[in-house]
Write a protein that binds this ligand. Structure first.
Ligand code: UDP
Ligand code: MG
Length: 310
């Protein structure tokens, strides 16, 4: 299991205890891969202690905060198991479900067992509202279907992991990538838990950014919309132009129409800025991809012979 950790010193001992108990009951060979995503608290110290006590624990520590997606990617790159999964460190993902996931994968029919929250209790109302809007929007714009409530809590077989690893893009949006690679996924419903300790690192604007990433990374629909708006504007402008010319030529036109001109200027100016902004989003993404920078830099790990920069 891959566990991205950002400032989770408070909850990690409890998390480790809980998940270890579950694994003891299942009786499988397992590895816990903790990725310290540049925490500013004592997460790394706690991880080192855990690794000393428990041979199932491995840790990788980043040189700075690269974000959860990079932490997940680092985990994937270094996971050795036949089954590989993700789980949050804050115990919002109940470890007890690992049993069901392993059972599903063992049966053989499915390549992935993923968990889906059935409610959003414990989340702020406004956040729930915007999440719902996001899923509606992204699913109407993109071929890649995102499922509301499906987080990163899941377990996958090797073939799916390899498929994910073959996508080495810089702008990673896991929710979309899980869906993009396909494979047969079994959904397990669960109730949302409040965080066991510590606090969420997501700000409202962080989530807005994340939502834009989700749309831009998996769909060109905003570009189509910009083109469509441009087309409509052109047609309307042409009709209006014909009207104005006819009116001027046959009926004469005393200078007039300040309101019309201002409206047209503002509307077309706004539309142009909007379209430029949309194009800009894609160019920005392309720029980051083209630079081909590493996803993360590892400065510390208990494992030897790993790719520190990837
Ligand atoms: N996380 C991370 N890097 C970040 C932010 C979060 O590795 O920059 C980890 C965090 O430690 C936790 C998981 O991602 O294990 C989910 O984060 P959080 O609980 O803050 O998000 P939420 O559950 O509110 O969506
Ligand atoms: Mg959480």
């Amino acid at each position: 299991m891959i566990v991205p950790c950002y400032n989770e010193e408070e909850v990690l001992p409890l998390f480790h205890e809980t998940i270890s108990e579950v694994f003891k009951e299942i009786d499988v060979d397992y590895e816990l891969i903790f990725v310290n995503d540049g925490s500013s608290d004592n997460t790394l110290v706690v991880l080192k202690e855990l690794a000393k006590k428990d041979k199932h624990v491995n840790y990788f520590s980043f040189s700075r905060n690269f974000g959860k997606e990079s932490a997940m990617y680092a985990g994937l790159n270094n996971a050795e198991g036949d089954y590989v999964g993700f789980i949050d460190a804050d115990l919002q993902h109940p470890p007890i479900l690992l049993k069901d996931m392993i059972n599903v994968l063992d049966e053989g029919e499915y390549d992935c067992a993923a968990c889906k929250r059935v409610d959003r209790s414990g989340d702020k109302k406004i956040r729930t509202f915007f999440s719902r809007m996001f899923y509606k929007l992204v699913n109407s714009m993109s071929d890649t279907h995102l499922i509301d409530g499906a987080g990163d809590y899941r377990m996958m077989k090797r073939n799916m992991v390899d498929a994910l690893l073959s996508m080495s893009e810089f702008n990673r949006f896991s929710k979309g990538m899980f869906s993009w690679v396909g494979f047969k996924t079994y959904w397990i419903d669960y109730q949302n838990n409040p965080r066991a300790a510590g606090k969420t690192s997501w700000s409202f604007w962080g989530l807005v950014r994340y939502a834009i990433d989700g749309i831009v990374n998996f769909s060109n629909a905003p570009l189509d919309i910009a083109s469509f708006l441009g087309f409509i504007m052109t047609v309307l402008s042409f009709i209006y132009l014909v009207y104005v010319v006819i009116k001027y030529t046959f009926f004469g036109d005393p200078v007039q129409g300040w309101a019309t001109i201002v409206s047209i200027l503002l509307l077309s100016g706004g539309l142009q800025l909007l379209s430029l902004g949309i194009i800009g989003q894609y160019i920005g993404k392309t720029y980051m991809e083209v630079k081909n920078r590493p996803h993360y830099i590892i400065t510390d790990s208990n494992k030897k012979n790993i790719d520190n920069i990837k």
